[in-house]
Design a protein around this ligand. Structure first.
Ligand code: ATP
Ligand code: MG
Length: 302
């Protein structure tokens, strides 16, 4: 399937690292740059994006679309007080978090047809199929982490899970069952140490089917995410991005990734108390400056 052109998935392997805070404020920064933006709460079941915008009760949520109460996704876009910025609130229908793949495709089709320049998806934490599938189908991913070592290791396993899911789709599509078997072996790398790195895996894959292996490698290069290290306090913290990029390069052969940082800032907490996003409540804060830098990078990368 051709990738939709304007969808950014905001993901994070760990809970509470700042995905929703970044989604809301980045959406504002992008709209201030003149882009028409729609922020979508896809953290289904535990949605809170609307609260960051200070919206207490949502007239419409994704439930209305998933349960076919409305025909078009555009019917449930709520206006915000901010120019150029709309929001779709999350739903809480039981089971919605494990949406069937076909339903996801339908949702993505409607998302890419929304009348705007950019769609930001605020997703649930972790590497569930639901999250990973939206990341794979979206145009780009913004991977949020905090600088602590366990978080960084989570980032690595998250990207690995995404890469394996993408390869599984591709090998299935190509009906290449031997390569699918190889992937299964690579998951159990304790017993197959030569398959521990992507380089090792692709060396074996080429022996099985050189053409499919080479085209799969090309597809992987499209998965390269922006990495955002959030809540940085020290200079050492800021180096966390480099650690991630090295891991990605060494084990997954993903290079040239972009890392950005956002500082720990009390302005975020103060803004929550006032039920106003920090970008509006404290536009001169360090946090808002960092968010503006990320927005500028996204716009120039388009
Ligand atoms: N740069 C920052 N400085 C200070 N506080 C922050 C910063 N970023 C996020 N926070 C705080 O961290 C907490 C978690 O943020 P948020 O809800 O955005 O995380 P999340 O990744 O969306 O969580 P979940 O996984 O539960 O969806 C919030 O209280 C938020 O205010
Ligand atoms: Mg969240």
């Amino acid at each position: 399937m051709e990738k939709p052109k304007n969808i950014f998935a905001i993901v994070g392997p760990k809970g509470g690292v700042g995905k929703s805070t970044i989604s809301a404020n980045l959406a504002i920064a992008l709209s201030e740059l003149g882009k028409r933006v729609i922020a979508v709460d896809l953290d289904l079941g535990t949605s809170n994006l609307h609260a960051i915008f200070g919206i207490r009760e949502s007239r419409h949520t994704l439930d209305d679309f998933v349960l076919n109460r409305v025909k078009n996704l555009s019917d449930i876009v709520l206006d915000t007080k901010i120019n150029n910025l709309g929001i779709i609130c999350g739903g809480d229908v039981p089971g919605i978090a494990n949406m069937a793949y076909q339903k996801k495709l339908k949702l993505i089709r409607h998302l890419s047809n929304l009348d705007c320049d950019l769609v930001l998806l605020d997703l649930a934490p972790g590497a569930s199929y639901n999250v990973v599938d939206f990341l794979i189908i979206a145009q780009r991913g913004l991977l949020v982490t905090t600088p602590e070592v366990p978080s960084l290791l989570n980032v690595y396993s998250f990207i690995k899970a995404t890469v394996f899911r993408r390869l599984t789709f591709y090998f299935k599509h190509k009906k290449c069952f031997e390569l699918l078997e190889l992937l299964e072996k690579a998951k159990d790398f304790d017993n197959h140490p030569h398959l521990k790195t992507m380089e090792g895996l692709f060396r074996e894959a080429r022996k099985i089917d050189i053409e499919t292996a080479n085209s799969a490698k090309k597809i992987l290069s499209t998965l390269k995410p922006f990495v955002v290290v959030n809540r940085v306090q020290t200079e050492n913290d800021a180096n966390a991005g480099e650690v991630i990029q090295n891991l990605l390069q060494q084990y997954l052969s993903i290079d040239g990734g972009v890392t950005m940082t956002i500082h720990e800032d009390n302005a975020v907490k103060n803004a929550i108390v006032r039920m106003t996003p920090a970008m509006i409540d404290a536009p001169q804060s360090i946090f808002s400056r960092d968010i503006n830098q990320i927005a500028a990078k996204i716009v120039t990368s388009q």
